[in-house]
Design a binder for this molecule. Structure first.
Ligand code: SF4
Ligand code: SF4
Length: 287
């Protein structure tokens, strides 16, 4: 079972929920769960676990490399590239690697077979364990603008290794391409929000992508419950979205998390809350 954790905006407690679900899954099964940190621009979930990293490799985008001895400067590669990542100027072919999405179209249309592919390194994926949880994360290199290939590499490498273990995916905040990439292979999406007008606005955006466009089953965890109003509750009820848990606004929780201590280590009474979330999700997935 693959459970993705998402939120329409940053700072709602998505990583707290992802780490808590991984710890709860480790408690209830002898099979180690796998926590995948797909928030590659800020992969923070490993900070809450004492991970011993045992593997890692660079990853990136396959970009074109032009053989100028074969090239006739016909311009077809440039015409086919919707990203404007390759241009022909006189007797020069320019490749703008940071714009290239690695689609391979330019190589396919080249009549002279003058284009091969090389890897443009944009990030890194690495994995390890804290003893009870298997963990892997993607890291987008500083200055790089395309997180999706790093997320894709992470999922391609580690999802097949999970077997029957529970997989928890911590996705990027927001609703753009990195989130779609991170959640689209999951069986269920947990949407984390807070009960404020901003939280409701961003929850609606996340529901639109996850439920309406990707057609994935989803439920909601309300974090910092007690602040704001009950409009999120009303929206969930009207939209038939189950509220899986409510985590109260508590200064002590905020202090604990600021020290890098997982919620369930400081407040073991929440173990049952997250076990119940896992049970509810499992029942929904096997329906
Ligand atoms: S399509 Fe091939 S031959 Fe034509 S300009 Fe591009 S690299 Fe050169
Ligand atoms: S691989 Fe795709 S995105 Fe990159 S330069 Fe070629 S056509 Fe453009």
């Amino acid at each position: 079972m693959v459970i993705a954790i998402a939120s329409g905006k940053g700072g709602t407690g998505k990583t707290t929920v992802a780490v808590s679900l991984a710890i709860a899954a480790a408690e209830e099964s002898s099979e180690k769960p796998l926590l995948l940190d797909c928030d590659v621009e800020e992969p923070n979930s490993g900070l809450f676990l004492d991970i011993d990293y045992t593997s890692g490799r660079d990853t990136g985008v396959l970009v074109p490399e032009v053989n100028h001895e074969k090239c006739t400067y016909c311009g077809r590669c440039s015409e086919v590239c919707v990203w404007n990542a390759i241009a022909v100027a006189g007797e020069k072919v320019l490749v703008f690697r940071d714009l290239c999405h690695g689609c391979g179209s330019c190589g396919l249309v080249c009549p002279e077979d003058a284009i091969s592919e090389i890897t443009h390194v944009t990030g890194r994926i690495e994995g390890g364990t804290d003893g009870s949880i298997n963990f892997a994360r993607g890291i987008l290199n500083v200055g790089q603008a395309m997180p999706v290939p790093v997320i894709s590499s992470l999922l391609n490498e580690y999802l097949p290794r999970a077997g029957s273990s529970t997989v928890i995916i911590d996705s990027s905040p927001g609703t753009s391409c990195p989130v779609v990439e991170a959640v689209s292979r999951s069986d269920y999406v947990v949407l984390v929000t807070e009960p404020t007008p901003f939280g409701l606005h961003d929850l609606k955006a996340a529901v639109d992508v996850v439920v309406n466009q990707l057609n994935l089953p989803a439920g909601v965890i309300i974090n910092r419950n007690g602040i704001g109003n009950n409009d999120v509750e009303k929206y969930c009820l009207a939209s038939n979205l189950p509220i899986l848990a409510r985590i109260p606004m508590d200064r002590k929780i905020a202090e604990l998390l600021s020290e890098g201590i997982p919620l369930l280590n400081g407040f073991p009474e929440y173990m049952e809350v997250f076990r119940n979330v896992l049970t509810a999700v499992r029942e929904e997935v096997i329906k």
